[in-house]
Design a binder for this molecule. Structure first.
Ligand code: NDP
Length: 416
């Protein structure tokens, strides 16, 4: 059916590439291109021999001219951007210049400011429309599947959604005292920033990790979770009409938080360059170099992830709640594609997003967030390609579990 140029050969790309190869009817040909070509060649060596034809290339995705030359050579139907958020705009520029469809899993973030937002990519709308090509933004899990879940809830279960809580639980244990499950630089930038949620048309800012809840996740059990700002809040607040509040919670273990606090206190999470032995270094990038490579966590990680959305709103004039989630097992993911569940839950939706465009379900010219498309073919594909979802029409709301009293008790216990 089509040809994809995949940029990046890290944790997420590796899963997406495994899935493209499993789905050779749609992905007849793929070219894997990244900064370090040997990683692309390793993936090719592992996966060659099936029906999907695989080629590899070296590219610096910060360089638009290099990207244009590569796209002109490979002539893909779509570019799958699975590099880092810093490369989003250069890759979009190259797609515009070559009239090629684009997709990614994370919104643009300038390398020198920890400020990720959609405004830069939304500015490309008119140009993509005029060029007759589609840009699909945020086709991972969160953002990604959480947006598809929202569109699905609105289409099938509600007349109006008033409240959304996105709950991201990773109960995986890799046995290290401190490691991040995906790119440490991106991960730490995300969790050390202020929290933020959207209520009654306004953003409410919190200190990092200021708001804590405890939740009993299906198939996982009780976990502490903290309110964070997460990029899909920005687009869902705009794209779900009538929304009164949207929040995002992520689980963290106490050991992770204690290490992070300590690293922050000594300045290791800073993105301000410092001089070290006559050389400018960025502490956070140095920290990334000393931490375990997320790809190496795969064989060590046990346990499950549970990511989903709880919706509250109105149907036929009555109050209604609905929880839709996916549970993913780290060891099962590793057995299937050689990666843990965090890369798996992002790489599978990346393949599905590209498939939606290649199959023609989602190709309308312009720049779109994932919730702006028909969720049904994507929801079907989740069940087929390894991320089956489950529903609960009577979930315990986040603020009711456990009672305020119990939460206070948990906090007091920690202080002792
Ligand atoms: P990794 O660090 O494992 O991989 C990034 C890849 O991009 C590496 O192969 C790297 O090359 C390559 N790369 C970096 N810079 C360039 C460049 N200038 N030119 C070409 N290639 C480059 O990251 P992950 O796989 O964990 O994450 C990939 C993306 O997925 C990120 O944008 C991340 O934010 C996003 N993500 C999204 C999630 C979601 O649910 N939506 C969840 C998790 C991640 P090299 O090998 O040389 O370093």
């Amino acid at each position: 059916m089509g040809k994809a140029l995949i940029i990046g050969a890290g944790g997420v790309a590796s899963v997406a590439i495994h899935k493209c190869v499993q789905n050779s009817e749609v992905f007849e040909e793929i070219c894997i291109a990244s900064r370090t070509k040997s990683k692309c060649d390793e993936l090719k060596a592992k996966l060659d021999g099936g029906k999907t034809k695989i080629t590899t290339a070296q590219v610096d995705a910060n360089n638009v001219e290099e990207l244009i030359a590569l796209i002109n050579e490979v002539k893909p139907d779509i570019v799958m951007n699975l590099a880092l958020p810093y490369q989003d705009l250069t890759i979009m520029d190259a797609c515009l210049a070559t009239k090629t469809h684009y997709m990614d899993t994370a919104n643009y973030e300038p390398e020198d400011t920890a400020k990720f937002e959609y405004k830069w990519q939304w500015e490309y709308r008119e140009r993509f429309e005029k060029a007759g090509i589609t840009a699909l933004l945020g086709s991972g899990f969160d953002p990604g599947v959480t947006g598809v879940f929202s569109a699905y809830a609105l289409k099938h279960h509600f007349d109006e959604i008033e409240y959304i809580d996105i709950l991201d639980c990773n109960a995986g244990d890799h046995g290290y005292p401190f490691a991040t499950n995906f790119n440490p630089e991106i991960n730490i930038r995300e969790v050390s920033a202020n929290g933020r949620y959207w209520e009654k048309g306004e953003w409410v800012e919190t200190k990092p990790m200021e708001i804590k809840r405890v939740y009993n996740f299906p198939e996982v059990g009780e976990k502490d979770m903290y309110l964070l700002y997460h990029e899909e809040l920005e687009s869902l607040a705009v794209n779900i009409p009538g929304l009164k509040r949207i929040r995002f919670f992520m689980t963290f273990g106490q050991s992770y938080l204690t290490h992070l606090k300590c690293l922050e206190n000594v300045g290791m999470t800073s993105i301000e360059p410092i001089e070290f032995e006559g050389k400018q270094i960025i502490p956070l990038q140095f920290l990334k170099a000393v931490l375990p490579d997320p790809a190496s966590l795969g064989p060590r990680t046990k346990g499950k992830t549970n990511i989903g959305c709880i919706f509250k709103g109105k149907k036929d004039g009555k109050d209604k709640t609905y929880y839709v989630y996916n549970v993913c097992d780290h060891e099962a993911c590793y057995k299937e594609v050689g990666s843990q569940a965090v890369s798996y839950t992002t790489g599978v939706p990346a393949m599905i997003g590209a498939m939606m465009i290649l199959q023609g379900h989602w190709n309308k010219p312009g720049v779109y967030n994932i919730e702006q498309f028909d969720p049904d073919p994507f929801m079907d594909a989740l069940n087929k390609w390894g991320l089956p979802w489950q529903e609960n029409f009577n979930p315990v709301p986040v603020d009711e579990y456990p009672s305020e009293e119990d939460t206070k008790k948990v906090l007091e216990t920690e202080l002792v």
